[in-house]
Design a protein around this ligand. Structure first.
Ligand SMILES: Nc1nc2c(ncn2[C@@H]2O[C@H](COP(=O)(O)OP(=O)(O)OP(=O)(O)O)[C@@H](O)[C@H]2O)c(=O)[nH]1
Ligand SMILES: [Mg+2]
Length: 362
């Protein structure tokens, strides 16, 4: 059984890459299971993996490092129930110090009778390029500290979304990264392209890149401050809509959020939506990552019927109260503008707790 851990900043493309990898491996007749992880209770990524018919277990309410025993228990459950040949575990995008708190414990403690094969860190190449060029980052310094620590501890670093830079810029960014981080394996990737995912998987399976064993020095005060700056919200929003307006209601709701976030100049970590359209089995994920996703509207399909449920997971650098008001106001605005009747449920909004890892092996 192969076990791959996937980390990297919010919205960097971890879930996209795992879905692509699972499709690739399943086409070879191999069974794949996934572990998801986030701060809240109702996770868009879990629902998205399940919609792709992947056996999925989740660690909720905090990162893998602070819920290590739960991670072990979930992995055992996944092994027993799905008997996967390959397991991917995706860690929370604001998690750092993963080598000391997750990688090394897996290498040394025999948790769930699994040995970890690789640890890949994803980064949005556009954000990394800004950082390497000393250009302003869209987050406060303590959040950027988390971004930096994730990169520092990687030995396999994917410069993802390479398609969103020109080929020249992508090449110059990988050159800068290689010069700044000698010794790391750095790779350009467009995780939406199956052949590039196949190359990444071949690299993971080659055994050429063992998990990193060098843990970083990290100031937990700064890490905890950065983590807490990124408020979390999750909820379900239900709209009863007039005939033929479901798509328009969804577009207006998401557009209103993007406009209000932009109006407040509030940095987004990742705001994601899972749309349940009522059409049998159809679930669509829409993402608003840190840097604009220009064509998100094109991913919202025609939606039949008079009822829509959107599962919302938001990670934004603001207060939990402001985030709650911003989304709540967007719900009310959308209902008022479209004649829909809106209802929110399972709402929770909070600042994640200070990280206190179960193990820390340096
Ligand atoms: N253009 C482009 N878009 C990508 C690529 N990889 C991911 N995306 C998009 O980036 C957005 C975020 O992707 P996710 O896979 O959800 O990111 P994530 O790292 O799992 O996000 P969190 O779990 O919230 O931290 C989605 O809209 C993806 O379609 C890529 O290589 N190229
Ligand atoms: Mg994800």
């Amino acid at each position: 059984m192969r076990f791959h851990l996937i980390g990297g900043f919010l919205g960097s493309g971890k879930t996209t890459a795992i879905i692509g990898a699972a499709r690739h491996l399943m086409s070879q007749g191999r069974r794949v299971g996934v572990v998801t992880n986030d701060q809240g209770k109702f996770l868009v990524d879990t629902a998205f993996f399940q919609a792709a018919r992947l056996p999925t277990v989740e660690v909720t309410g905090g990162c893998f490092c602070c819920n290590y025993d739960d991670l072990g228990a979930r992995l055992s459950q996944l092994k027993d129930s799905a008997q996967p040949d390959v397991i991917f575990a995706e860690s929370v995008g604001s998690c750092a110090d993963v080598v000391a708190t997750v990688v090394k414990p897996f290498l040394e403690l025999g948790t769930a009778n699994l040995s970890l094969d690789t640890y890949t860190v994803f980064t949005d190449i556009r954000l990394l390029r800004r950082r390497l060029l000393d250009q302003p980052m869209p987050f406060s310094d303590d959040v950027v500290y988390i971004f930096d620590k994730q990169i520092e501890e990687a030995n396999l670093l994917i410069l993802n979304k390479a398609d969103l830079l020109s080929p020249q810029q992508a090449e110059s960014t990988i050159s800068l990264a290689q010069a700044r981080f000698p010794g790391k394996h750095v790779r350009l990737q467009d995780s939406r392209r199956p052949e590039q995912i196949a190359e990444w998987i071949a690299l993971l399976e080659s055994g050429a890149i063992a998990p990193p064993r060098t843990s970083v020095e990290i100031d937990y005060q700064r890490y905890g401050t950065g983590e807490a700056h990124l408020a979390w919200l999750d909820e379900a929003v239900h709209f009863d809509v007039p005939d033929g307006t479901a798509r328009q209601v969804v577009l207006m709701f998401i557009e209103t959020i993007t406009q209000r976030v932009a109006g407040q100049a509030t940095p987004i970590g990742h705001v994601k939506f899972l749309i349940r359209s009522g059409r049998q089995g159809e679930e669509i994920k829409i993402s608003l990552p840190t840097l604009t996703e220009p064509d998100w509207q094109a991913h919202v399909p025609d939606i039949p019927g008079n009822q829509i449920t959107l599962m919302v997971n938001a990670r934004v650098e603001t207060s939990a109260q402001n985030l709650r008001e911003l989304i709540g106001n967007a719900v009310q605005h959308t209902a008022a503008q479209t004649g829909a009747v809106a209802r929110e449920s399972n709402l929770s909004a909070f600042h994640p707790a200070f990280p206190t890892p179960t193990h820390r092996i340096t």
